[in-house]
Design a protein around this ligand. Structure first.
Ligand code: CA
Ligand code: CA
Length: 230
């Protein structure tokens, strides 16, 4: 019986990688603890939505994917999450900003760093998935003022903007610790960011050696067929 138990546990952990695809999802609706995250506050918005945040000046929130998966091997990682841009964010404005959110790895690799604006008249650098430039406030937002986070300025210069499903794919060997941060913000009750609905997929990377062997095999087969046809 002991053997059977060990075997099934082994298969379960192996299965999570053999099947690939989604291995982690977190919507922060529960009370936690949220394992493998660095300690960070959870906020409940007036709408009832719970999320990781608020991130403001120099705050870092980190999730250790490797501790969760237990594998340092080379994999393709796909990470997606919802970003909440909260309060009177000033986008690209150089006097009271730029107000930036960034996402990357703990080792310093950055995948995303854009400014966001909820302030009418101040543009933001984020223009949609993969698009960076100078755009009107809230460009690319999925919904506006749905969380109820507008306590600082109760007008059109504040509120909240939800950017659903920002998605990033990268290959990495070794430890993967995701890092979410904010730069250049004012007080947290005035300007901040939140993270929600984090999804991580981990897929094996095909080995170049097996690709090469497949290629050689195919060309040998082709050559044989050609000889046969002559
Ligand atoms: Ca949530
Ligand atoms: Ca600002």
């Amino acid at each position: 019986m002991k053997h059977q138990l060990a075997f099934s546990i082994g298969m379960m952990s192996l299965g999570s990688f053999a099947n690939a695809g989604d291995v982690y999802f977190q919507d922060f609706q529960g009370t936690g603890p949220f394992n493998y995250w660095s300690p960070f506050p959870i906020t409940t918005a007036p709408s009832g939505e719970r999320f990781l945040g608020r991130l403001a000046n120099n705050d870092l929130a980190e999730f250790n994917v490797t501790q969760y998966t237990g594998s340092h091997a080379l994999h393709t990682y796909t990470v997606s999450f919802d970003l909440y841009a909260i309060g009177s964010l000033d986008g690209e404005n150089q006097l009271v900003g730029p107000d930036q959110f960034y996402f990357g790895l703990q080792n310093g690799t950055n995948f995303f760093k854009e400014s966001f604006s909820n302030w009418d008249g101040y543009n933001q650098s984020y223009g949609g998935p993969g698009i960076s430039g100078s755009f009107a406030p809230r460009t690319g937002a999925t919904s506006i003022n749905t969380l109820g986070l507008n306590e600082y300025f109760l007008d059109t210069y504040s509120g909240d903007s939800v950017y659903r499903n920002l998605s990033f794919t990268f290959q990495h060997e070794g430890e993967v610790t995701l890092r979410f941060g904010a730069l250049g913000l004012q007080n947290k009750d005035d300007e901040s960011f939140g993270i929600d609905n984090l999804r991580v997929s981990v897929d094996p990377v095909p080995e170049p050696a097996s690709f090469a062997a497949l290629g050689v095999g195919a060309s040998v087969l082709l050559a044989r067929r050609r000889r046969k046809n002559k």
